[in-house]
Design a protein around this ligand. Structure first.
Ligand code: CMP
Length: 141
């Protein structure tokens, strides 16, 4: 079974939507394998989004991602990476399909409620960024 990483972002947590977002994902067939709440440091946010370092929105993105707690979640499902990206919708909520997480809960292209890994390689890397091997062994089944 394939795994991917979601992050329920600070805007959704602060708006009291974390439970609704997680419920939406579980309703879409994902199993929660590991989860925690954390507030990213500047160094952690810069490292996580290092691929975007040269983009004009990078410093604003880092400010947003460090503005409050977020909830990294390891999700499991068949075809998890592709399915999660479909379930959350386009980066910009104005372009996201009806019924997607971002259409329902995101505020803007930056404050867009949720992150999802964009490939299986990145999913492995991003899961390892937040969770240890033993975290992923704690859920039986
Ligand atoms: P995410 O899927 O976490 O990956 C990179 C993030 O950068 C993205 O979601 C948005 O939060 C943010 N982002 C991407 N493009 C833009 C943009 N054009 N302006 C502002 N923020 C953006």
């Amino acid at each position: 079974m394939e795994r991917t990483l979601a992050i329920i972002k600070p805007d959704a947590v602060q708006a009291g939507r974390a439970g609704a977002v997680l419920g939406h994902l579980e309703g879409a067939g994902f199993t929660t394998r590991a989860l925690r709440m954390t507030r990213l440091s500047q160094q952690q946010a810069e490292a996580f989004y290092a691929v975007h370092r040269e983009r004009p929105f990078f410093s604003s993105l880092v400010r947003f991602m460090t503005s409050g707690p977020c909830i990294p979640v390891v999700l499991e499902r068949e075809d998890a990476v592709r399915s999660l990206r479909e379930t959350i919708g386009a980066t910009d909520p104005a372009e996201a399909a009806d019924g997607t997480v971002r259409k329902l809960y995101a505020e803007s292209k930056e404050r867009n409620a949720i992150h999802a890994s964009d490939s299986q390689d990145n999913a492995r890397e991003e899961i390892g960024f937040f969770f240890s091997r033993s975290d992923l062994l704690t859920t039986a089944g």
